[in-house]
Design a binder for this molecule. Structure first.
Ligand SMILES: [Zn+2]
Ligand SMILES: [Zn+2]
Length: 352
């Protein structure tokens, strides 16, 4: 075992602060990574503040962070895919059983024995796993991803969660050239959704509650921007979409968007509003429309997404901050005051 620097929260009400944590020495299948950048995901904040206590109560201290990019510093004797000096990334998962039907299908995110990158039981050291707000991390090579060398690293971090979360459902529901695609909400997730849908060749319509996001949406790749409060504008699009990505975590009326779908159209949720939706059955019956959800992506698809980003030079739009500003960043994230993701420059942790 060895000690490494990290930022942790000691309780649901305390700020994140500098600390030291213990990591395992790499086993024969492990890769040790020096973390260069870690994106800040809204679920970091949810879990730091124990807001998902019903589903996954937070164990303190918590070291969040699952949008990790860095450089390999050491590999175990059985590691074949990585060597010291390689760029590498780690997303939301660090382990799974590898034997269940989900793992065999390459959708480890649905494995009943999957280990999340932070706040998940740690099979090696006991306690819980510690995430990317840290100097280094040790991960089984099966859960380490390759980072295309042309990608700007600060913006590559958020691909590991926000990126694959939006890429995966679009691939699953067949977003391609000629399809009409809606993206609801232009935040960390939505802005990646727009970039992917645009690059897949779809006609992209962004739905937003803030008219001042119009210019930005167009810059990111939208063909049209609709202010969702404007009923007339919404009506113009009735029954016309092949696919809609709903990236809104605040409570909202889903029926409004279901009615914009065409025959066999699908709307997929990637946000998680607190209250259950009231879905009008008739809006699904007419047109054989469907409503579904999606959760990050498996390891093979995450690699496919990173390679796609490399080929098309796609990264997240980020504001780079030192780790010392992380608490301030959380407050700004709550006000949606970031374009569109914070990425922590982990070099700042060295001065702690
Ligand atoms: Zn995330
Ligand atoms: Zn499994």
């Amino acid at each position: 075992m060895y000690k490494t620097k990290a930022y942790a929260a000691g309780s649901a009400t305390s700020p994140l602060a500098s600390t030291t944590i213990t990591r395992r020495d790499p086993t024969e299948h492990d890769v040790q990574i020096e973390i260069l950048f870690c994106g800040i995901c809204h679920s970091d904040l949810h879990q730091v503040r124990n807001q998902w206590s019903n589903v996954m109560p937070t164990v303190y201290p918590i070291v969040p962070g699952h949008e990790i990019v860095g450089r390999v510093t050491k590999v175990g004797s059985a590691v074949t895919k990585y060597k010291s000096g390689d760029l590498a990334a780690v997303g939301c998962m660090v382990d799974s059983d590898g034997t269940c039907p989900q793992c065999k299908a390459g959708v480890e995110q649905f494995c009943p024995n999957m280990t999340l990158t932070f706040n998940s039981p740690d099979k090696h050291l006991g306690g819980v796993t510690y995430g990317g707000y840290s100097d280094s991390i040790v991960v089984d090579e099966r859960f380490v991803l390759r980072v295309p060398s042309n990608l700007e690293l600060a913006g590559a971090g958020p691909l590991l969660c926000a990126g694959v979360t939006t890429y995966s459902p679009m691939r699953h529901w067949g977003v391609t050239k000629g399809k009409k695609v809606g993206v609801v909400g232009l935040g960390g997730l939505g802005h990646m959704g727009v970039k992917f849908a645009h690059t897949f060749g779809a006609h992209v319509v962004v739905f937003t509650t803030s008219p001042n996001k119009k210019e930005d949406a167009l810059r990111l790749g939208a063909d049209e921007v609709v202010v969702s409060r404007n009923g007339d504008e919404m009506k113009k699009h009735a029954g016309s979409f092949d696919f809609i990505l709903d990236a809104v975590s605040a409570d909202h009326d889903i029926n409004t968007y279901i009615n914009l779908l065409g025959r066999d159209g699908n709307i997929t949720l990637v946000g998680a509003p607190e209250k259950p939706f009231a879905v009008a059955a008739f809006s699904l019956l007419f047109g054989r429309r469907s409503l579904s959800g999606s959760l990050i992506g498996g390891i093979p698809e995450t690699q496919e997404m990173l390679d796609f980003c490399g080929a098309h030079n796609i990264t997240a739009d980020v504001e780079v901050i030192p780790i010392q500003k992380v608490n301030e960043a959380y407050e700004r994230m709550l006000k949606a005051d970031v374009k569109y993701r914070f990425s922590v420059d982990m070099a700042s942790l060295k001065s702690e």
